[in-house]
Write a protein that binds this ligand. Sequence first.
Ligand code: SF4
Length: 346
Amino acid sequence: MDKLPSDLAQILVPWYEINARPLPWRQDPTPYRVWVSEIMLQQTRIEAARGYFERFMAALPTVRDLAAASEETVLKLWEGLGYYSRARNLRKAAIQIVDRYGGQLPADVKALRALPGIGDYTAGAVASIAFGLREPAVDGNVLRVCARLTRCPDSIGEKSVKDAFRQALRERYPAAGKACGAFTSALMELGETVCLPGTPDCGLCPLAAVCAAHRAGRETDYPVMPEKAPRRVQPRTVFLLEHQGKIALARRPDKGLLAGLWEFPNVEGTLTKEQVLRQAAAWGCEPVDALPCGQAVHIFTHLEWHMTGWQVSCAAAPDRFVWTTAAQRTERYPVPSAFRAFKERI
Ligand code: SF4
């Protein structure tokens, strides 16, 4: 395995200054904006995050605004982005930043790392981009670039590989200051726009002359990927319980998958019409009739929900559920995108 090129920053920073895409979080990269954008961009495509970021910043422009917002307000702004613990942790961290640091993010990687939802990657991104510190931010894109530059024979899923690249990159950072942020952003940008996961665009790459995989003509052999655990398939039955034009929502438990979000009541298994009516009766809804209303699949990281929906007209509205109008579902109750197909049917 080769070493990372010693002149990585000297090549990449000027390249970035010419090629950086004008993304909203890059204008005015305050610590707060960098932090929120980096959390949003985990598990979310740039194009999808753009609108969310602008709405989030318009609604909650400062750390203090975020700390003062209710959890439901923050989740509503996050609705559709998935991985909702990110939003919950953002708010928790904002409260701590107000309590401990007077509303200013700390310019220290250890203190950042100690905040809820901030791991090595986000701490490195905020430290280097917003504070100009010599701290790398190693995500999947950066790992792929590093693995190709060095022809790394080990899986990039190994913690030891990530740690080794983080250390090697730290040694290649420019002197503290603005160029540190440009170097962090340049590595990400190269991975997102040139050194792509499938076929990298080496003809456009400023690192082609120093890239071990490219020199060997073996770009697509790297990175070595970790073996994926197969996803578990779980059939579920989703109930659109309707009473006098209102639809029942239930709140998910505070811990675990989609914690604390609102959902259409649902149970594990694919129920028959008789079982659907029996379940609705057991909830106290006094069901009158049930009609099938389609199927949908939602994929989580380790789990697939294969859902079958039933629209059930009910003569009673037990208070174990919240009975909502369409306007309330839009404005107040964050229903995760897992249920989007059913949401569109009512
Ligand atoms: S030369 Fe090709 S494989 Fe190497 S870093 Fe550039 S785009 Fe990636």
